[in-house]
Design a protein. Structure first.
Length: 693
C-alpha cells in the first residue's frame, strides 16, 4: 500500500490516501508491539498440535508482520511529510479526507485511532489474522472494543474512552462505526466501519446503498416563500418545516435557500422509509451521508409519518445537521419536541416554470412554445422531467423539439392518484372544432386568461387577500344536453396544455352518511396535486340546492352541500361544473363561481357548420346539408350521434355516406330520444326511410 514516506511532495489528490496509509503504518507498529506483549504473556505455554490450522503460531505471526510492513515505521521525517502534505492540501481548500471527516463530525484523536483500527481489515486482509491472534481466536477477525483500547494505549477502566464507543458518541451516533452486538460484554463487542465511510476515505463519493433508494435529485427554484427560509437560516435556524400548497414544491424552496446560504443539500423521500425497527440504522445512514457530503437535509413525504412511524419523525427533528421537513399539512407541535420554523410555499409562477423548461431544453426550445405550462402549475422537478421527455420524444421521431413534444412532456407529469376517482382525458379538440355563440366563446377565452394570469393578478398585484385567499378558478357551464359543454371543457384544457379529468359520480356518491364528503375530499386533494382541469358533469347531482330540513335525510343532504361550499372556497385548482339547468345549483355556489357560460341550442347556421365539421373526414355523396340544418333542430351532440350511425350504415355496404343513411340515422335518433318520426317533417326525403320501423 502506498505510504506517505514514499511520496514527497504530494499532490492534494494523493494526500488523502497517503495520509490514511501513514496512519496504518502507525497502527502496524502498535499491532507489532501488542503482539510482542501477548507473546510474552504466552511464553512457556506448551503447544497443542491438535489445533494446528485453527490457530496462528508465532512463526505465522512473524511472517504476517514482516509482510505487512511495506515501509519503515513513520519517524520524525515521515511525520514531517505527513504534516506538510496535509497543510498543503488544506491551503488549497482540499483537506485530506481523514481530517475532513474528523472536523465534520467533531472527532477526537482517540476517535480517529479507533476508526483506523476498525478500518484496517478492510484495507489489508492480513490485519484479520493478526486481530485473530491478538484475540486468541482466529474467528474474530475484526477488532473488539477491548483491543481498540489496547492499541490506543487506553485501559479497560478508562471511563472517558469507553464513552467514545457508546451509542450517543460521535463515532456511533453518526454512523461512522458499528459496535455489535449490544448484548455482549463491552470489551468483546466487535467494531466495524461501514463501507460508505471506507469508500469516502479512499476518494469515492457514491451514495450509500442503505439510503440510495430514498435519495431524490434536488431542483432549486425561487419558489415564493424561499426568502423567508433564507432569512431563517441566516438567523441560525437549524430546523424548518415547509408546507406545500397545490402546485408548489417545498423541496425546491429548501434547495434554493440552502444554495443562497452557501450550503449543499441532500434530498430524501421518506414515504417508504423503514418502520420502527429500522429507524436507528436509517437515521444513522442519513446523518453519515449528510456529513460526508457536507450537506444540509431536505426530507419530504412526512405527512403521515406521525401516524406511521412517530419515532422516525421524532428522530428526524433532532438531526445534528440543518434540516428542512416538507409536507402538505399544517405542522403539529405535539408530534416532536423540537419546534421548527414554519414556511409556506406558494406555487411557482407560470413564467418561472417556462424558464425552467427553457433552461433544461437550451437551444432545443422552440420560440412558439412560450405559452406552454402557463396554464398549469408545474413544480420545478416536473418542469425538468417534462423537458427530458420532450427531448426524448423528438429524438425518437428524428426531429427537433416541437410544441407538441413539450405539451406531451408536461402532461406526463401528472400522477395516477386522481385516475382512481376520475376519467383522465387527453384533450385533442381545439377552438376550430368548437361551435358556440360568440358570447360563450368569449367567456371560455376569459377562463383561459384567468388561469394563465392568476399569478400576476393575485400574487404580484396583491389581490390574493381580497379574493378570499383562493387561487383556484371555477366556472359553470349550463345549457341543454349536447350543446358543447363537455367539448368546451376539453378545448379549455387543450389550450392550457393540461389534461381533463372527468369526475365519475358513481365513485363519489355513497349511500352511507359522510362517505360522499370523504370521496369528494380525496378528489379535491388529488386535483390540487395534478396539472389538469377538473370537470363535474351533471354537477347538480352533488351541488344541488339545500332544502328545508324535515327529517334526518334532509339534514345530512344539506351537510353535504355545506361541505362542498367550504371546499370549493379553498380549492386551488381549475374546476368546471356542467349542468343542464343552472337554477338547480345552490345560490351559494354561484357566488363562489368565477365565470358562467350559458350554452344555447344551435341556430340554423351553427347546425350547418356542425354538420359540415362532423362529415369533413367521411367519404360521402352529394349531401343536402342545408336541408338537414334547416329541418332538424338538433344540438351538436345529437348531430354527432347521427353522423356516427350513418357512417356505420354506410360501412355495412362498403359505400359512402349518402342522404339515405343520414335520414335513416336521424329517424333512429328521433326514436331514441322519444320524438315522433313524422313523414311531413322529413319532407321530400321521407321516401328514403323505406321500410324502416
Amino acid at each position: 500500500m502506498t505510504t506517505l514516506t514514499d511520496l514527497s511532495p504530494l499532490t492534494p489528490a494523493d494526500a488523502s490516501v497517503a495520509h490514511l496509509a501513514a496512519r496504518l503504518e502507525v497502527l502496524e507498529t502498535r499491532v507489532a508491539d501488542l503482539v510482542a506483549h501477548r507473546r510474552a504473556q504466552r511464553a512457556g505455554r506448551p503447544p497443542d498440535h491438535r489445533f494446528r490450522g485453527v490457530y496462528l503460531s508465532d512463526d505465522d505471526v512473524d511472517a504476517l508482520l514482516s509482510g505487512l510492513r511495506t515501509a519503515p515505521a513513520v519517524d520524525e521525517a515521515g511525520w514531517a511529510v505527513v504534516e506538510r502534505a496535509v497543510s498543503d492540501a488544506a491551503a488549497l481548500g482540499e483537506p485530506t479526507r481523514l481530517h475532513r471527516l474528523q472536523q465534520t463530525f467533531a472527532l477526537t484523536d482517540f476517535d480517529v485511532e479507533v476508526l483506523i483500527a476498525a478500518l484496517a481489515p478492510d484495507l489489508d486482509v492480513r490485519f484479520e489474522s493478526l486481530y485473530g491472534y491478538l484475540h486468541d481466536d482466529v474467528t474474530r477477525r475484526r477488532p473488539s472494543s477491548g483491543l481498540a483500547l489496547d492499541l490506543a494505549g487506553r485501559t479497560a477502566t478508562d471511563g472517558w474512552a469507553r464513552t467514545r464507543l457508546a451509542p450517543d458518541s460521535p463515532l456511533v451516533a453518526n454512523g461512522l462505526l458499528e459496535v455489535t452486538p449490544a448484548d455482549k460484554p463491552f470489551l468483546g463487542r466487535a467494531l466495524r466501519v461501514p463501507d460508505r465511510v471506507c469508500c469516502y476515505l479512499l476518494g469515492t463519493d457514491s451514495t450509500d446503498p442503505a439510503i440510495e433508494p430514498f435519495v431524490t435529485t434536488p431542483v432549486p427554484a425561487p419558489v415564493p416563500g424561499a426568502h423567508d427560509a433564507v432569512q431563517a437560516l441566516r438567523a441560525g435556524s437549524r430546523l424548518l418545516y415547509v408546507r406545500e400548497t397545490g402546485g408548489s414544491s417545498g423541496t425546491s424552496l429548501a434547495c434554493w435557500a440552502y444554495t443562497a446560504t452557501g450550503m449543499g443539500t441532500l434530498e430524501v423521500d421518506v414515504r417508504n422509509a423503514p418502520g420502527e425497527l429500522g429507524v436507528d440504522a436509517f437515521v444513522a445512514a442519513l446523518v453519515r451521508e449528510a456529513g460526508l457530503c457536507d450537506a444540509a437535509m431536505t426530507i419530504h413525504g412526512v405527512d403521515d409519518l406521525g401516524r406511521r412511524s412517530p419515532l422516525l419523525l421524532q428522530r428526524l427533528t433532532e438531526l445534528p445537521t440543518v434540516t428542512t421537513l416538507v409536507g402538505t399539512a399544517a405542522w403539529d407541535p405535539d408530534c416532536a419536541r423540537a419546534a421548527p420554523y414554519v414556511v409556506d410555499a406558494a406555487p411557482l409562477p407560470p413564467e418561472e416554470s417556462i424558464g425552467l423548461l427553457r433552461a433544461a431544453l437550451g437551444e432545443e426550445w422552440p420560440d412558439e412554445a412560450d405559452w406552454v405550462a402557463a396554464g398549469g402549475q408545474l413544480r420545478p422537478y416536473q418542469a425538468v422531467r417534462a423537458a427530458g421527455l420532450a427531448s426524448l420524444r423528438a429524438a425518437a421521431a428524428g426531429r427537433s423539439v416541437s410544441v407538441a413534444d413539450i405539451t406531451y412532456g408536461t402532461r406526463q407529469q401528472n400522477g395516477v392518484g386522481l385516475e382512481r376517482l376520475a376519467r383522465r382525458v387527453t384533450p385533442v379538440a381545439g377552438w376550430p372544432q368548437l361551435v358556440v355563440r360568440p358570447v360563450v366563446e368569449g367567456t371560455l377565452r376569459q377562463l383561459v386568461s384567468r388561469v394563465r394570469h392568476r399569478a400576476l393578478v393575485l400574487d404580484q398585484w396583491g389581490l390574493i387577500g381580497t379574493a378570499g385567499r383562493r387561487r383556484g378558478v371555477t366556472a359553470v357551464f349550463s345549457g341543454p344536453p349536447g350543446t358543447g359543454k363537455t367539448l368546451s371543457a376539453e378545448v379549455v384544457a387543450n389550450d392550457l396544455g393540461v389534461e381533463l379529468y372527468v369526475i365519475n359520480l358513481a365513485t363519489v356518491v355513497d349511500k352511507y352518511i359522510g362517505e360522499t364528503e370523504k370521496n369528494l375530499e380525496r378528489i379535491f386533494t388529488e386535483a390540487e396535486q395534478v396539472n389538469g382541469v377538473l370537470f363535474f358533469d351533471e354537477a347538480d347531482a352533488i351541488f344541488g340546492r339545500r332544502s328545508e330540513v324535515k327529517d334526518a335525510r334532509d339534514r345530512y343532504a344539506n351537510v353535504e352541500v355545506a361541505y362542498l361550499l367550504q371546499r370549493i372556497e379553498i380549492f386551488d385548482g381549475i374546476a368546471i361544473l356542467a349542468t343542464n339547468l343552472k337554477a338547480n345549483l345552490d345560490e351559494a355556489f354561484l357566488r363562489r363561481i368565477d365565470l358562467a357560460a350559458d350554452f344555447a341550442a344551435p341556430n340554423r347556421d351553427e347546425r350547418l357548420l356542425l354538420w359540415r365539421q362532423m362529415l369533413a373526414t367521411v367519404p360521402r355523396d352529394d349531401l343536402d346539408l342545408d336541408y338537414l340544418a334547416g329541418t332538424f333542430e338538433l344540438s351538436g351532440g345529437y348531430i354527432r350521434n347521427i353522423v356516427i350511425a350513418a357512417a356505420f350504415l354506410a360501412a355495412q355496404t362498403g359505400g359512402v355516406v349518402s342522404m339515405r343513411h343520414l335520414v335513416r340515422a336521424t329517424a333512429q335518433e328521433y326514436r331514441k330520444i322519444g320524438r315522433m318520426v313524422v313523414d311531413s317533417e322529413f319532407g321530400r326525403h321521407h321516401e328514403l326511410l323505406g321500410d324502416e320501423p
